[in-house]
Design a protein around this ligand. Structure first.
Ligand code: C2E
Ligand code: CA
Ligand code: CA
Length: 624
């Protein structure tokens, strides 16, 4: 019986031992599996106890912290971080000990944390740590931290952010970065008060012309050079205004490119708004210096201007849209004068409203009798009136007659010139047809064509329509274009003009305002034009030697190329005599006639040709 009892105990013990051995094997398996898992990971895995001591560190910890994992055991977790960084995040790390996965969501804790680590070599590395919580019977709560070195990711992020916030060409901050910087700055102003600042909106004068005429590569080079000059200006002003010993925050960017030829300067610390004017003056002076044009013989240097609008913080606003709009309005006003700066004033907003009203009014006026043509005769000694220039007038119902100088530029900027130009062309052709069918077939009518109109792909179509509709002989039709039309795309402009002249035999082209553009004499010979109009500024200034020289050389040039020439702006007898002495016989100017209505012009022509006429009213065009 005893024997049997022992046997049973024995067999129970051996069963128990088997089970324990089995458990041990399973445990070892599990351990092996876990440590294989931990050891395969390229992220550092560190386990810490509730008193923040390291219980375990895998081999990859070596890669991240440059320390043998074995020596990490039992050292403080805090040693893995720069002290200040650890202090800053300790509370958060603590909360991972307290919160299980669901709690985390409730507490708004994300599953991982980005913070800086410290290697044994004393280097700082950006880390991303995720936390897992487990409970051990012996050691209480254990936190497993998976730690990833995110240096590369941070680099890429920085690169991407840089690209997103900077302009490729000039390396300046872009519009988005400006918005961020301005927001940050305004917050600072709100917080600390009693500081003034200024926003300078810069727009280059004449840049578009450079881009159009000399090509984008030259335009780009000039923008880069402008950027260099602007940076210089700001560096120097910064030195002038810096309060002794007080460093400005290094990270604050203060020069931005808004796209195209627009730049923005943020001056964050001014004692007095007048300092902004000093900076603006310096910018204007530096931008004005000539720019060398690479590889260009005909234009080795070009010059540009810049218009600057200034809005002062906080006087002109504390909200981003208000400040931007005010600085923009001021810049617009500066632009009207060119090469100057303007501080924003409240009245400017009224003027902007007026401009908008004018634009709106013009759009509506285009197809109505409010738009009329006046004609200024061109006179030739011995022959009298030989032709006339069509000059548009806007008869505004409330404001009376508005001069083209006050709305043609607006029409160009807004595109209204396209429908407006078509109306002008139609009216001019109608009048020319009338003359040609009433015994004045020897007279010509010249029509101003703005560059934008010329670029219109439907331009040819519109000419055909007008010519056919009024049965016009194209020999009496001239188009006045400025040099700008050719400078942009000389070949294609010449080709188009040539084709038009083939399509409409006798149609001729005049270069208007000659002498004010780039007027390179060598290129003139290649243009398919028939006549040159000497700009009125030279004619009106004939009492000065340099103007006389210019006029003489233009006339000689024109003669040598067998082109026609008209002088415009002939204001007195002396001008007329001087021009005739130098073989320029076609004159346009107040000395002879001012622009006049069609009816006045018809009366003049009848009188000149001694035609008795009973019917006097030409009548404005009624049909569309
Ligand atoms: P523009 O083409 O150079 O036209 C000549 C301008 O000089 C006209 O002014 C004319 O009245 C003025 N003028 C002519 N002789 C004299 C003179 O002896 N003394 C003075 N002080 N001025 C004289 P207007 O009609 O005010 O036109 C101004 C500008 O507006 C024109 O300059 C032209 O650029 C533009 N423009 C006028 N009509 C049209 C048009 O139908 N289409 C387009 N695209 N532009 C036009
Ligand atoms: Ca003209
Ligand atoms: Ca002119």
């Amino acid at each position: 019986m005893e024997q049997r009892k022992f046997q049973i105990v024995d067999s129970l013990e051996s069963e128990e031992n088997d089970r324990i051995a089995q458990y041990e094997r399973e445990l070892e398996d599990l351990h092996n599996r876990y440590s294989a898992l931990a050891e395969t990971s390229t992220d550092a895995i560190v386990q810490i106890s509730e008193d923040y001591r390291i219980l375990y560190a895998n081999s990859a910890s070596m890669g991240v912290f440059q320390t043998d994992p074995a020596t990490l055991i039992d050292t403080p977790f805090a040693d893995l971080f720069p002290p200040a960084e650890y202090k800053r995040t300790r509370q958060t790390i603590r909360s991972y000990f307290e919160a299980n996965l669901e709690d985390r969501q409730q507490r708004g804790l994300s599953n991982h944390l980005e913070l800086l680590g410290l290697t044994a070599a004393g280097e700082i590395v950006p880390l991303e740590i995720s936390f897992g919580l487990s409970v051990s019977a012996e050691q209480g709560r254990i936190m497993t931290c998976i730690i990833r070195d995110i240096t590369e990711r941070k680099k890429t992020e920085r690169k991407l952010r840089y690209l997103a916030y900077h302009d490729k060409l000039t390396d300046l901050g872009n519009r988005d970065l400006f918005a961020l910087s301005l927001k940050e700055y305004l917050n600072e102003v709100r917080r600390y008060g009693n500081t003034k600042g200024a926003l300078l909106f810069l727009d280059l004068d004449g840049f578009k012309k450079v881009n159009d005429t000399l090509g984008h590569h030259v335009g780009d080079a000039i923008l880069v050079e402008c950027t260099r000059r602007l940076r210089n200006c700001l560096r120097e002003s910064d030195q002038i205004f810096r309060v002794e010993g007080e460093e400005r925050e290094g990270a604050m960017e203060d020069l931005f490119r808004f796209g195209g030829d627009e730049f923005v300067v943020l001056l964050p610390q001014l004692q007095d708004p007048r300092e902004a004017a000093v900076v603006a003056q310096k910018i204007i002076k530096d931008i004005r210096k000539p720019y060398p044009v690479p590889d260009s013989v005909s234009f080795p240097y070009i010059s540009l201007g810049v218009s600057v609008g200034i809005a002062v913080v906080p006087d002109d606003g504390m909200e981003i849209p208000t400040l931007i709009s005010n600085a923009d309005v001021a810049m617009y006003r500066a632009k009207e004068r060119g090469n100057t700066y303007m501080f924003f004033t409240k009245e400017m907003n009224t003027q902007v409203t007026r401009r908008l009203q004018l634009e709106e009014g013009l759009r509506r006026a285009v197809e109505t009798p409010q738009i009329r043509l006046h004609f200024q005769p061109i006179h030739r000694r011995g022959r009298g009136v030989v032709g006339m220039e069509a000059l548009v007038r806007w008869m505004h119902p409330e404001e009376g007659e508005i001069c083209p100088d006050d709305f043609v530029a607006l029409a160009e900027e807004t595109g209204v010139i396209i429908p407006l130009g078509e109306v002008i062309l139609r009216k001019a052709c109608r009048f020319l047809g009338h003359l040609q069918h009433h015994g004045f077939a020897d007279l010509f009518v010249s029509v101003n064509i703005s560059p934008r109109q010329f670029d219109d792909p439907l331009f040819e179509r519109k000419i055909v329509n007008a010519i056919e509709r009024y049965r016009v002989d194209p020999r009496g039709l001239k188009f006045e274009v400025t040099e700008g039309v050719f400078m942009r795309h000389p070949e294609s402009a010449s080709k188009r003009i040539h084709e038009l002249k083939v399509q409409f035999p006798g149609l001729s082209f005049v270069i208007d305002d000659f002498g004010t553009g780039y007027s390179s004499f060598s290129y003139l010979s290649q243009l398919p034009v028939d006549m040159i109009k000497i700009d009125q500024s030279f004619v009106m200034g004939l009492n000065q030697t340099h103007n006389r020289k210019i006029v003489r050389s233009i006339i000689n040039l024109v003669k040598s190329m067998d082109l026609g020439v008209v002088a415009e702006g002939v204001m007195d007898e002396e001008h007329a005599r001087y021009l005739e002495e130098h073989d320029c016989y076609n004159h346009q100017g107040f000395f002879y006639y001012r622009p006049m209505t069609v009816n006045d012009l018809l009366k003049l022509l009848w009188r000149e040709r001694k035609i008795r006429q009973t019917e006097t009213d030409y009548g404005e065009e009624c049909e569309k």
